[in-house]
Design a protein around this ligand. Sequence first.
Ligand SMILES: Cc1ncc(COP(=O)(O)O)c(C=O)c1O
Length: 317
Amino acid sequence: MKSVLNNILGAVGETPLVHLKKISEREKINVYAKIEYFNPGLSIKDRVAIKFIEEAEKNGKLRPGATVIERTSGNMGTGLAIVCAVKGYKFIAVMSEGNSVERRRMLSALGAEVVLVPQAPSGKPGFVSGEDLELVETQTKELASKLNAYRPDQFNNPDGAKAHEETTGQEIWSQMDGKIDAFVTYVGSGGTFVGTSRALKNHNKNVKCFVVEPESAPYLAGKKILSTRHRIQGGGYAFKPPFWDNSLVDGYLTVSDEEAMNSARNLAAKEGIFAGYSSGANVAACLKTAEVLEKDSCVVTILPDSGLKYLSTDLFI
Ligand SMILES: Cc1ncc(COP(=O)(O)O)c(C=O)c1O
């Protein structure tokens, strides 16, 4: 147990890793989940937020009293809002109106200014497409230059992957005691996949790393994009970050909206783990690795955020 913390940032990381015994019960493989909703912002992005702000402080991009601005689907913003609240920076989150309402309320409560960008004409709430994100991008760029604000820019900043290489990957390796055969995770900015896979492969180059994408948008796998309008919030944007590293990829998996939702419901009902859409997608994808891995393989995945972030959607009704 950690002793008294100086502030809430000390509670980021060192999250639990749980063997999903009931879900693995009749499977050929064993699935383990790193539960990132134990972070203060209820998501994996708190790790990245600390890294972005501390690196910017070190290299002089961020001075006391400055403003920080970021384009976010919610979790990156929540992480940055927490770090900025603790360190005394003003924070502006620019997000699509298509993201769930809990996300924006949490951001406001944490002292962030939330700028909502209307969706593209064919947009539907709950489905944030690549087109919607382009609109958010334009607005973020304009505001950042007008306000002379610091923009961490998670989709282009390699420090996101570094945060995972230094923390998430090391934690998984030591929690599994090195007994890990595969790592599986969904891709948004790509930081979790790249950083964690790199750390695990540095420990053992035989760890197989699998990318998870929506069934309708297998972009990184180089297949046809049918639509970027899917339910798995936080990724699947048909985007390849500049810091992407193909040499880390051993395979590509896809998950449909229905599979992701059923899997998130299963996690809650069977394992008592209340997580979001991408967590469901990750666990569903892990089960698909049984086709290519040896019997009794240990497969680790990430549960990026909490089910509490989706109470206004039909994920849990
Ligand atoms: C819910 C959720 N799942 C998955 C991801 C993807 O993580 P990464 O950006 O590290 O690829 C994100 C990123 O914001 C997210 O919010």
